[in-house]
Design a protein. Structure first.
Length: 115
């Protein structure tokens, strides 16, 4: 299993970013996918999840209305669209999958929201 995130960067408050996570090594369209974030000195937390077919999503309350999780099963890729970013969104964002009772993580992508 391999998960490779991209799309992070430095953005001003109110700006947008789209994170991507390219997956390989498992049947992507059969598994829930999730994004977590981890800010310095804080625990990793669940930000968004999406069902295998993409028909249902779940979002952390603090990002509802600003973030959207989606997936393209033809490309084995999951996305996190982040709009109206706030400084408190700054963190490393990780893509993850629970596959055969083991949780796999990507290397993470840094998101920094600052003026």
């Amino acid at each position: 299993v391999q998960l490779v995130e991209s799309g992070g960067g430095l953005v001003q408050p109110g700006g947008s970013l789209r994170l991507s996570c390219a997956a390989s090594g498992f049947s992507f369209s059969s598994y829930y996918m999730s994004w977590y974030s981890q800010a310095p000195g804080k625990e990793r937390r669940l930000v968004a999840s999406i069902t295998p077919a993409g028909g249902s999503t779940d979002l952390l309350d603090s990002v509802k209305g600003r973030f959207t999780i989606s997936r393209d099963n033809a490309k084995d890729t999951v996305y996190l669209q982040m709009n109206n970013l706030k400084p408190e969104d700054s963190a490393v964002y990780y893509c993850t999958v629970l596959y055969r009772s083991r949780r796999y993580w990507g290397q993470g992508t840094q998101v920094t929201v600052s003026s």
